[in-house]
Design a binder for this molecule. Structure first.
Ligand SMILES: [Zn+2]
Length: 500
């Protein structure tokens, strides 16, 4: 998808059309500021407007972010560029810090995506109007700006959290852009929380519609006691990153078209990683209108889309955790898998130190690959073959922590996963879909999918026919799968015995 014509963009701007939020940014020549299309400020004259496909492109062209509409709060639409999966995947990697730090480079990033550096730059220019480095830099500026506006964090901590490397560089960048020190931006902000606390609360915007109820129901059915907790519409979980332990809570703010995220974590450096995990778990980057529109063109799926507009495909919090859940869930019910996972966490997960967890039900973090790889006995009552695959998985991830990172094509990712003992076609596709965010992954032999499709199509009852049926759902087969799972789950929810 390319940038629409300037006339279309301008009409979106004039009507403050929220559907274009995150898809286009407008730079105003007379002020040097760039805005979201929904900016409440008076609309500039057409001849003064320049339109961009990304905040980075606007910043590259010399515009600075608006303090009123705050371009950093536009939805991050990592997957809207449906015509270029490579760009979507590169954006996800940049979000994870692929271009942060001294050793990072565009060359290495391109290599991980299985293409040449020049080709990646060309794709970025074509779809975003900016280079990968500009995109990474702009994300740092915008994340810092969000922390300035929405939290009470000290400026020195924000510099580290946003990945600037030094407070000096942070100050220089902000002075260059705004002609004032970063701290001066905070005083301009109206909505700063009252007290400084050892926690950070941010709003993460999505592109509506968002089926929060289905998302929460999905997470609740799979919540691992001791590690996850859902209460009064709020999702809580423990977090471990690089040995640090903390927690997050996530709630829905429908009027703001956002999720409210409160993070408690000892190291501010981990904030971008935690935010990016929340975005992934709750699938905030989806251009859901485009996806729903595409799937609804199949008359079979149309009623499902109409019933649950904005249904998201939940991601995994962590690749290893998700893969373990997938293996535990092989051939048993979601409820039984959840029980096993709770045992695993209680036996092998580190306990959460007193004062860290914000809720008494959050007692442990998920075990690390190293912990499971080195233990003599996993100690779960399950078939020996599956215990062996758990161990093989832990050993493989301990040896290659990047196993679940995007590398190459979806087929090569599936093939790599399948080299792990006990990871078959179904498990590999399931991991690719939820942990690696391959939105075209499709575990066609899944029993829940087969039951789901059988409920709406009498002629489709085998994995092979389902696979054929699913061809027209590309490149969003993961969303079709989520609809089929949800149909199946809600049809038999009464028995509380539905399958993955
Ligand atoms: Zn604005």
């Amino acid at each position: 998808m390319e940038l629409p014509s300037p006339e279309v963009c301008y009409r979106a701007l004039q009507s403050r059309d929220a559907r274009f939020d995150g898809l286009i940014f407008v730079g105003v020549r007379s002020t040097g500021i760039y805005c979201r299309p929904v900016c409440p400020a008076r609309t500039a004259k057409f001849e003064n407007c320049r339109f961009f496909a990304s905040a980075a492109a606007a910043q590259d062209a010399g515009f600075r972010p608006c303090l009123r509409c705050r371009p950093e709060t536009a939805p991050h639409l990592a997957s809207w560029r449906g015509t270029s999966n490579t760009v979507s995947r590169a954006l996800a990697l940049i979000d994870d810090g692929a271009l942060d730090g001294k050793e990072a480079s565009v060359e290495i990033l391109a290599e991980r995506l299985g293409l040449g550096e020049r080709q990646l730059r060309r794709l970025f220019l074509q779809h975003l109007g900016a280079s990968p480095i500009s995109v990474a830099q702009t994300r740092r500026v915008l994340f810092a700006k969000q922390l300035i506006h929405e939290t009470r964090m000290p400026m020195a901590e924000i510099a580290i959290a946003a990945g600037f490397g030094s407070v000096r560089r942070f100050n220089e960048t902000f002075r260059g852009l705004f002609h004032r020190a970063p701290g001066a931006l905070r005083r301009k902000s109206a909505s700063v929380p009252a007290a400084a606390e050892a926690r950070v609360t941010l709003r993460l915007r999505y592109r509506p519609p968002y089926d929060w109820e289905s998302m929460l129901a999905f997470l609740e059915a799979r919540a691992i006691p001791g590690m996850e907790w859902i209460e009064e519409g709020i999702y809580h979980r423990t977090v471990e990153i690089d040995g640090g332990i903390g927690s997050v809570e996530v709630s829905h703010l429908p009027r703001q078209q956002s999720l409210g995220v409160t993070i408690r974590f000892p190291e501010v450096k981990a904030l971008p990683a935690i935010v990016s995990r929340v975005r992934r778990l709750f699938d905030l980057g989806a251009d859901i209108e485009t996806i729903d529109g595409h799937l609804a063109s199949d008359p079979l799926l149309a009623p499902l889309i109409a019933m649950r507009p904005g249904l998201r495909a939940p991601g995994g919090w962590d690749g290893f955790e998700l893969a373990v859940r997938a293996i535990l869930g092989q051939q048993i019910t979601v409820t039984a898998a959840r029980r096993l996972a709770a045992q695993l966490v209680a036996l092998h997960g580190r306990p959460v130190p007193a004062g860290i967890a914000h809720h008494p039900s959050l007692t442990h973090v998920f075990p690390t690959p190293g912990q499971l790889a080195s233990t003599d006995s996993i100690g779960l009552g399950m078939p020996f073959a599956r215990l062996r695959s758990l161990k093989a998985l832990a050993t493989a991830v301990a040896a290659d922590p990047n196993l679940f990172r995007t590398q190459g094509t979806i087929d090569s990712a599936i093939a790599r996963l399948r080299t792990i003992h006990g990871v078959g076609e179904w498990t590999a596709h399931y991991i690719a879909l939820r942990a690696m965010r391959e939105m075209d992954a499709f575990p066609s032999s899944d029993i829940g999918l087969l039951r789901g499709i059988a409920r709406i199509d009498d002629n489709c009852s085998t994995a092979a026919t389902l696979q054929m049926r699913a061809e027209s759902w590309r490149p969003w087969r993961a969303y079709a799968a989520q609809h089929l799972w949800t149909v199946d789950a809600s049809a038999i929810a009464a028995s509380k015995d539905f399958y993955d």
